[in-house]
Design a protein around this ligand. Structure first.
Ligand code: PEP
Length: 250
């Protein structure tokens, strides 16, 4: 059975003292897990702290965004190679909280995906529809456009060994997760869309579900054949809840 992947997205939470406590608890609870890979995506300033605490453990770390450019006069931006300097191995790309607040286009997100991949970072691409789009029945069309922009710009092979996270926008932080059947159906659609262009890339891709995952609903979600794990916001800020979710994956 393929290994599951569970990713913590801390968003803009934490400080040096609380991070130390949370990461210590992660190490204590999560490092004995055998069949699940665990990643924590921290705010940029805490990458060095994550590196110093997590190196030599089985927990990997990453960031929540990166620049679409490699280097240059881009005040406030952080490049892929800077993330690598702090041992990051994953980076979240196109999270809806950023795409909405900072008006990120699908093309910008695609360029960030390529930057991450070409610097040896594993991109975690977030895709998903709004509630209005789901109610209008166009959710697959919306997600297809997000995926196709990357395939059209860089080819389907770029998806090999990467991560896509299906995050319906209506489920993020709302307490209302997608049902296991709704999520499975979209995951199957995403894998199928990429497989049409590159079967090998689709087979090596991990597809996570994100949106109000908790230790209870994780059991059913992670039992679905195309759900390879989860991207976890709120519950990743509690070591015991995050542990419960990781155990559901295991
Ligand atoms: C997220 O923001 O990626 C997320 C899934 O958040 P939450 O788990 O809080 O819904």
């Amino acid at each position: 059975m393929p290994r599951k992947l569970v990713v913590a997205n801390w968003k803009m939470h934490g400080n040096l003292a609380s991070n130390q406590q949370l990461l210590d608890a992660y190490i204590q609870k999560l490092t004995p897990l055998k069949n699940t890979d665990v990643v924590v995506c921290v705010p940029y300033p805490y990458l060095a702290q994550a590196q110093s605490i997590l190196q030599n453990t089985t927990i990997a770390w990453g960031a929540q965004n990166l620049s679409k450019d490699a280097v240059g006069a881009f005040t406030g931006e952080v490049s892929a190679s800077m993330l690598k300097d702090f041992g990051a191995s994953y980076v979240i790309i196109g999270h809806s909280e950023r795409a909405t607040a900072y008006c990120e286009s699908d093309e910008n997100i695609a360029t960030k995906f390529m930057q991450a991949k070409s610097h040896g970072l594993t991109p975690i691409l977030c895709v998903g529809e709004t509630l209005i789009e789901r109610e209008a029945g166009v959710m697959e069309m919306v997600v297809a456009k997000q995926i196709d922009t990357i395939m059209n710009m860089y080819g389907a092979a770029i998806f090999a060994n990467t991560v896509v996270s299906y995050e319906p926008i209506w489920a993020i932080g709302s307490g209302l997760a997608a049902s296991a059947e709704q999520a499975q159906s979209m995951h199957e659609f995403i894998r199928g869309r990429i497989a049409c262009a590159d079967k090998g890339a689709a087979a090596s891709l991990k597809i996570l579900y994100g949106g109000s995952v908790n230790p209870q609903n994780a059991v059913q979600l992670f039992a679905m054949p195309d759900i390879d794990g989860g991207l976890i916001g709120k519950c990743s800020l509690s070591a015991s809840e995050f542990d419960g979710i990781c155990r559901a994956a295991t």
